[in-house]
Design a protein around this ligand. Structure first.
Ligand SMILES: [Zn+2]
Length: 72
């Protein structure tokens, strides 16, 4: 998977992905993440305002096997 959020790939985007974030109203911040609104429209937001559900989900599958050996 190519990294689109850093490196020279940013130079191909108009204004180099810089803008003001509609979420936190910062200016001159990289708007490289998309956030889907409730009505279906997609906003370009900064990394602080990105959809948290798209982050990696940690699946902890710990199989603890009870070792029921009797002594003696
Ligand atoms: Zn933001």
């Amino acid at each position: 998977m190519a990294s689109i959020s850093r490196g020279k790939a940013l130079n191909h985007s108009p204004s180099r992905t810089r803008g003001s974030c509609p979420g936190c109203e910062r200016t001159r911040i990289k708007l490289i993440y998309e956030r889907t609104q409730a009505d279906g429209s997609v906003l370009k937001v900064c990394k602080n305002c990105r959809d948290k559900k798209q982050l990696k989900s940690s699946t902890s599958t710990l199989d603890l096997q009870a070792d029921g050996t009797t002594g003696q």
